[in-house]
Design a protein around this ligand. Sequence first.
Ligand code: A2P
Length: 316
Amino acid sequence: MQTLNLNGYALPILGLGTWKSTPGEVYEAVKAAIEIGYRHIDCAAIYGNEKEVGKAINECIKAGLVKRDELWITSKLWNNMHGNENVVPALQKTLNDLQLEYLDLYLIHWPIAQKKMFVAATRASHFLSLQEQPIANTWEGMEQAVEQGLTKTIGVSNFSVKKLKDLMTVARIKPSLNQVEVHPYFQQDELVNYCHNNNIQVMAYSPLGSADRPKSFKAADEPVLLEDPIIAKLADKVNATPAQVILAWNLHRGISVIPKSVNTARLQQNLDALQVKLKPADMEVLKMIDKNRRYVDGKFWVVPEGPYTLENLWDE
Ligand code: A2P
């Protein structure tokens, strides 16, 4: 599989997303994925399913299907564990759940800090502002995790160009990747270019538009990426499915993708997106359908009198 270089480590460009996969579903999905050739699994403590993901990974290793060093496992630090002293304990809990000795990549999940006792933050008093709990301080904990051999690489998620620039000025170990929403309806050219010009790889979450998000995350008038007529036409032309065209578009831009599926046929279909070839003219067609539309818009971090606004989250 094509890989991206993260500080000398090879990230398989296509992985399996596990957000929204219930503990009951994710075990089978991870096993099926590894069996058909997936080598990269994207996890997070907040997904509430790392124990089942870990069980599946370890059974695959024990069965001789794959070796640990052939897999790329990412996980993410939740918002209530920001702060230098909290990072290594949070990572150790994730490693314990995943039954692993090390991660390949550990990310700060959001540039949002919550008080330690609030895993879910619903009111202002649950949050800490980034002045009270600076990213630079949390990053020191991320660097310690590398130095202790608990993760090979570290990065961030949901970071704007401004937040990346700020972090780059203080980081001893530079962030190797930014995981953000990227798909043809939300192309993020400026952020992607900044990352690629600064040796930061990009991983696209919700690469298929995450139609299975909870209702509370959805807008009433939302366009459905997988049902776009221009994508459907192009898919017919290149003899692929709409999902494959959408994934291939990111892959052709050198962006890693982590489509989530708990369905064996769709797992295979998504993996086969690696073989889909798009010509420069096809890429141009897709360039035109950008709607600058986030599906994961971050509104859930905005509460009355709280420290976070959409402006200070996305710096837009
Ligand atoms: P399922 O898990 O039943 O396959 P995202 O990766 O953007 O979060 O999107 C995940 C959503 O897209 C899930 O609802 C998933 O359903 C669905 N999905 C995954 N792969 C495909 C595919 N190849 N075609 C259509 N829908 C897909």
